[in-house]
Design a protein around this ligand. Structure first.
Ligand SMILES: NC(=O)c1ccc[n+]([C@@H]2O[C@H](COP(=O)([O-])OP(=O)(O)OC[C@H]3O[C@@H](n4cnc5c(N)ncnc54)[C@H](OP(=O)(O)O)[C@@H]3O)[C@@H](O)[C@H]2O)c1
Length: 286
C-alpha cells in the first residue's frame, strides 16, 4: 500500500494524523458512503467531512460498516481508532451552540468521538470566533474530540487567537492550497507556530488539469496531473484532501510513491501561483 496512505504526521498535540485524507464535499447519501467505502478499501484511513456537507451520517456509517466487515476477516482487525474522522462547525454562533453542534456531529456520525474538529471559517467576528474556540478547547478536554483546529483562517485570525492565550493552539489550519494558490503568508505563519496545513482543493477542482506546465511535468514524472498535484502537497509537508467519488480515481490519487518531484520542479510549480480560488475565500474576513 502506498506510503502516502500509511504514513502520519505528528500534530502539535503529539497525535499522529494520516498524511492523505479523502474529501467528501458535495457528496451525499449513497455517493458519499460509496466514496468512503472505496477509499477505505484502497487503504485511506482518514475522511474529511463537515456539518455543512450534510454527510456526516453517510460518511460515519460507511466507516462503521467497513470496520465491521474487517472484524470477520483473518488477521488483526481494524478498529475505530484506525480511521480518522474530521468534521467542522458550520457557523460561529457561540459557546453553547458549538458544544451542541459537536455532540450532534458525534451522534450523526455514530463514531463515538471526532478525531479533528474545525471551525469551518472565521466568519462571525472576533468575539464569536474566540467563544467558539473555547468550546472546541473544552470538547477536546472532555474527550469529545481528539484535536481541534480551524479552517480558512488568515494570519490575522490566527494571530488574534494566539493573542488570546488559548489553552489549545489549533493543531491544523485547513485552507485552499495547490500550486495555483500557494498561500505563502498563511503557510509560513503556520509553520512558525507548529500548526499543520490541511490542503483543501488540492487538485484545484481539476480546473488546471490541462495547464501546459502540469502536462509537461506529469509527462516527465510519468504520473497523472492529479498525482503530481497531490505529491506537490505532500512534499510541501501539507495534508492533502483530494476528493473523488470514482473508485479508480480515489485509488490512483493516492498512488504517488513511485516518483519524487525535484526541488527545482517544486519551485516551478510554486511559480504557477495565480491566487486561484476554487470555492470561497474567507481568509480576510473581519
Ligand atoms: N474547509 C473548507 O472550506 C473546504 C472547502 C473546499 C473543500 N474542502 C475539503 O477539501 C476536499 C477537496 O476539495 P474539493 O473537493 O473542493 O476539490 P479537489 O479535491 O481539488 O477536486 C475535486 C474535483 O476533482 C475531480 N477529480 C478528482 N480526482 C480526479 C482525477 N484523478 N482525474 C480527474 N478528475 C478528478 C473530482 O471529480 P469526481 O468526484 O467526479 O472524481 C472533483 O470534481 C473537499 O472534498 C473537502 O473535504 C474544504
Amino acid at each position: 500500500m502506498s506510503s502516502a496512505l500509511t504514513s502520519t504526521l505528528p500534530l502539535n498535540n503529539g497525535i499522529p494524523i494520516p498524511r492523505l485524507h479523502l474529501g467528501v464535499y458535495m457528496t451525499s447519501g449513497h455517493e458519499c458512503s460509496s466514496a468512503v467505502t472505496h477509499a477505505l478499501g484502497a487503504g485511506y484511513r482518514a475522511i474529511d467531512s463537515a456539518e455543512w456537507y450534510a454527510n456526516e451520517a453517510a460518511a460515519g456509517s460507511a466507516i462503521t460498516a467497513f470496520l465491521a466487515s474487517k472484524q470477520n476477516q483473518a488477521g488483526p482487525g481494524l478498529k475505530r481508532e484506525h480511521v480518522w474522522f474530521t468534521t467542522k462547525l458550520k457557523s460561529n454562533v457561540g459557546y453553547d451552540a458549538t458544544r451542541r453542534s459537536i455532540r450532534q456531529s458525534i451522534r450523526e456520525s455514530g463514531l463515538g468521538y471526532i478525531d479533528l474538529y474545525l471551525l469551518h471559517s472565521p466568519y462571525g467576528g472576533p468575539r464569536k470566533r474566540l467563544e467558539c474556540w473555547r468550546a472546541v478547547e473544552d470538547a477536546v478536554r472532555e474527550g469529545e474530540c481528539r484535536a481541534g483546529g480551524v479552517s480558512n483562517f488568515g494570519v490575522k485570525h490566527l494571530q488574534e487567537l494566539l493573542d488570546a492565550n488559548p489553552t489549545l493552539v489549533p493543531a491544523v489550519n485547513q485552507i485552499e492550497v495547490h500550486p495555483f494558490n500557494t498561500q505563502r503568508a498563511i503557510t509560513s505563519f503556520c509553520a512558525q507556530h507548529n500548526i499543520a496545513i490541511e490542503a483543501y482543493a488540492p487538485l484545484a477542482r481539476s480546473l488546471r488539469a490541462n495547464h501546459p506546465k502540469i502536462k509537461e511535468l506529469s509527462k516527465k514524472y510519468s504520473c497523472t496531473w492529479a498525482q503530481l498535484m497531490v505529491k506537490w502537497g505532500l512534499q510541501k509537508g501539507y495534508i492533502p484532501l483530494p476528493k473523488s467519488v470514482h473508485e479508480q480515481r480515489i485509488k490512483a490519487n493516492a498512488e504517488v510513491d513511485g516518483f519524487e518531484i525535484t526541488e527545482d520542479d517544486v519551485e516551478v510549480l510554486d511559480g504557477l501561483d495565480e491566487k486561484l480560488v476554487t470555492d470561497w475565500d474567507p481568509t480576510d474576513a473581519d
